[in-house]
Write a protein of this length. Structure first.
Ligand code: FES
Length: 314
């Protein structure tokens, strides 16, 4: 979709909110909390950002972007080049972080990780299910949308490291996490890697499927044991040899078969592919534990195979 930047405002330290509208004035469309959009930036970069505006406003989408020190250029391009009137291209929305039914919700956001969480919180607040948000940041000025969360009172814990020291997440969730009473919990976490890692370690003791995480960046995979695998593309009638060091996605593209992709590092969900036979070895940051176990879909940009052969619906 051809779009244009229709607004920009500073919402926290090094964080801008960008509003987007279609260039032809038509609606952008509906989306659900947790969704992200692919933003094609001036200069050719494509980045995924969570939609964090009002899902009921189908004419205007907003994203919020932290200027990441030492980043790969996407956030810098947003901060330097996206001003009202700038033309951009959008793809999506896509939701790899949907709000599932539960008896209560626990949200954990670290810094800019609030972007997918804030709309989930607002959605939960409109329903009957109890919820709580733990929102961690370096200091108050780094907390985007703290003002927007203020009406929710005690349901939101704002944790500023500068004021309270580094948060012990295990202790902070002790009486709110899945181990506490109160029915089947769903825990949503988005933020920097150390926070995700801490929550994932806690989740080892939770019922399967409790934790849902959204990562900004790829998880490092051990590729040292990779070997050539055979991939059969059922619909295309092709069988490919995929050597170590080459992704299934690259092999499929080299064979001349068109498939959708965007991030190419296992974080966006665009290359999700149905697995018809074989056992995928998941290396993405998108699928939850249940989907990994089921093994009937995979992200072919990074994932490989536990079985010598995979049959894909391509
Ligand atoms: S292209 Fe983004 S997950 Fe594969």
């Amino acid at each position: 979709m051809d779009a244009v930047v229709s607004g920009r405002r500073q919402i926290a330290t090094r964080t801008v909110e960008i509003a987007l509208e279609r260039r032809d004035g038509r609606e952008l469309g509906a989306w659900e909390p947790g969704s992200h959009v692919d933003l094609h930036l001036p200069g050719g970069l494509v980045r995924q950002y969570s939609l964090c505006g009002d899902p009921a406003d189908t004419g205007r989408w907003t994203v919020a972007v932290l200027d990441v020190a030492g980043g790969r250029g996407g956030s810098r391009a947003v901060h330097e080049r996206l001003v009202p009137g700038t033309a951009v291209t959008l793809e999506g929305p896509r939701n790899t972080f949907p709000l599932v039914a539960a008896d209560r919700y626990v949200f954990v956001a670290g810094g800019i990780g609030i972007t997918p969480i804030v709309t989930m919180v607002e959605s939960a607040a409109r329903g009957p299910v109890p919820w709580h948000l733990l929102y961690l940041a370096r200091d108050r000025d780094a907390m985007a949308y703290a003002d927007r969360l203020a009406p929710h009172g005690d349901a939101v814990t704002l944790w500023s490291d500068a004021e309270r020291g580094i948060c012990n997440v295990a202790a902070a969730l002790a009486d709110r996490g899945p181990g506490s009473t109160g029915g089947r919990a769903a825990v949503y976490c988005c933020g920097p890697e150390p926070l995700l890692g801490a929550v994932e370690r806690l989740a080892a003791g939770w019922p399967p499927g409790t934790l849902h995480v959204e990562r900004f960046s790829a998880v490092a995979a051990d590729t040292s044991g990779d070997s050539t695998l055979e991939v059969q593309l059922k619909r295309s009638g092709l069988t490919l040899e995929v050597p170590a060091g080459c992704s299934i996605l690259e092999a499929v593209e080299r064979a001349g078969v068109a498939v959708l992709s965007s991030c190419r590092e296992g974080t966006c969900g665009t290359c999700e592919t149905d697995v018809l036979d074989g056992v995928p070895e998941h290396r993405d940051s998108v699928l939850d534990e249940e989907a990994r176990e089921a093994g009937d879909i995979m992200m072919i940009c990074v994932s490989r195979s536990r079985s010598p052969r995979l049959v894909l619906d391509i």
